[in-house]
Write a protein that binds this ligand. Sequence first.
Ligand code: KG4
Ligand code: ZN
Length: 347
Amino acid sequence: MRIIGIETSCDETGIAIYDSEQGLLGHALHSQIALHAEYGGVVPELASRDHVRKIVPLLKEVMAQTGVNQAEIDGIAYTEGPGLVGALLVGAAVGRSIAWAWGVPHVGVHHMEGHLLAPMLEDNPPEFPFIALLVSGGHCMLVRVNGVGEYTILGDTLDDAVGEAFDKTAKLLGLGYPGGPAIEAMAKKGLAGRFKFPRPMVNRPGLDFSFSGLKTFSLNTWQQLIEAPSDDREQDKADVAHAFQTAVVDTLRVKCQRAIRETGVKRLVLAGGVSANIALREAMAELVEKEKAELFYPRMEFCTDNGAMIAYAGYRRLAAMAKNSDQEVEAGFNAKPRWSLETLTAP
Ligand code: KG4
Ligand code: ZN
């Protein structure tokens, strides 16, 4: 079975073709970072327009790159939500139109299910069940994954997502967008121990997170710094970035340890944009060693948004649907800007 995956939920246009026998055949990504950088964050209207410009050329590029022709495609998967509604509508419209024109089945994929299943694209995929730390620009969750579509949210953020906290702290420090990679690069130059940031919620029971206080702590620390004279502002920035990142990583580590111990599940998956963070990966590698557990994460380019994870998640759902029914291919389509992961069911 060969599936085209289309991702347009936010600021990346991603297209991929996944083959159930041969694995990922090819993929292409267009990032809108340069487009949004001058605004310090994603401008939804610009995002939608750019998806419109890039989606068909990218699709053609992946078809040419893989040598796959239209008759060899068995289904289309597109991100149906959650995300920016205008951006989602572009992928949904193109995905459904191709499915309709080519007479193949289609499926709307939950973006976070894509992230959760992204490690399955690697050579050593995790077996079910596993615990996933889903950390992206819009989410910070601990999820128990018993199988495709079998998700129990063990912990969620009460306010900001972790990527959002990275982005806002970076903006505050004048490091630009997206903030995660900028903070990570700056933190490497930072001195440990100059500032002690709080580890929110670690002393309370449970697996929920809260990052808005940490963001405010960054703001207050930075304001106090800039009100005082300094010999080296860049070093000040690096020290704040370091303290912030260390506090985030430490908080996530404590919660993951608790999740492993409470569930007895010894497989930990890192997924979503923030899982690209090396300090986070290193801390989690130490944790799993201590807990005699295993760690999994997607390759770097599949941590952030991409079409490959949507093609894979779509394949898992379409393969199951093909066994159960003959889907009617009609022309309507939908987008779900808000969509809870827990409402999904096994295909
Ligand atoms: O999964 P993703 O590409 O998009 C969403 O679904 O949100 O995640 C984007 C988020 C942004 O907040 C970005 O700053 C963060 O992931 N991010 C990182 C790193 N790379 C991306 N955060 C920390 N360290 C990184 N290296
Ligand atoms: Zn994402």
